[in-house]
Design a protein around this ligand. Sequence first.
Ligand code: HEC
Ligand code: HEC
Length: 209
Amino acid sequence: MNIKILFLIVLSILPVMSQAETVDELQADMARIQANPEALKSAVQMGEDRAILCFSCHGKDGNSKRDYIPNLASQNATYLFNQFENFATGKRTDYVMSKLAKQLTGPERVAIALYFADRPVKEREEPVAMSPKGKQLYESVCFACHGPSAHGDHQYPRIAGQPYTYLEATLMKFLKKDPERAKSPMVAVVQNMTEEQLKDVASYLTHMP
Ligand code: HEC
Ligand code: HEC
């Protein structure tokens, strides 16, 4: 990108981004940017520039390149931002992500989260059929937090349309209290469920638009 244009973009979002440092301040900045269409446009543009490091795995448009990697497209921005924070502080761990999260500045994390949140999710081929049992389980156990269409909201992640492999692996980590995600509130949610039920619900979610 032309350096002058980049400079103008940075200037245009500086007043909204201020000199935020703490997580609370950054989250407040993100909310302010989301409420201002012009600032949002600039932040999404900046996010696209800063997200180059992510494209090889998560895809340029946030639709992941591998079945074990989550989509970031249409994920809610607060969740994306909070997960960087979790990787950076060690609350959640992953070999690559834990290192990467520490390298991004606060405003970069905000802009990248806004960029991916703005991308649409694409349908992908999945190795499993939609499970009617999974639908029942979703509607009785998961619905209350993740919402009727599994798109989540500012508090809960979108789980619709994630690759089956990622969903299954993640649910098993919650069930087995894997240290990588043992601090997630999901650990308590799945403890009374069986592996088979979790696979059914993953087979349902992966086919949700
Ligand atoms: C080498 C591959 C790789 C690269 C590069 C990479 N990621 Fe990831 N990312 C992963 C994997 C694998 C996971 C899933 C980790 C797990 O299972 O908990 C992940 C998870 C995430 C999550 C959590 C998503 C969720 O649904 O909970 C976020 C957010 C994320 N990455 C953002 C980024 C950003 C932003 C970048 C670029 C700065 C990036 N990643 C670069 C492989 C990568
Ligand atoms: C009490 C609220 C609540 C309920 C009920 C709930 N979830 Fe969650 N879920 C959350 C929260 C909060 C997170 C994000 C927390 C984290 O891991 O950091 C989450 C995360 C997840 C993730 C990880 C998303 C990602 O991108 O890595 C999956 C998968 C998931 N939930 C599936 C389910 C399924 C399937 C059910 C029903 C069996 C369910 N959830 C029920 C609150 C809930």
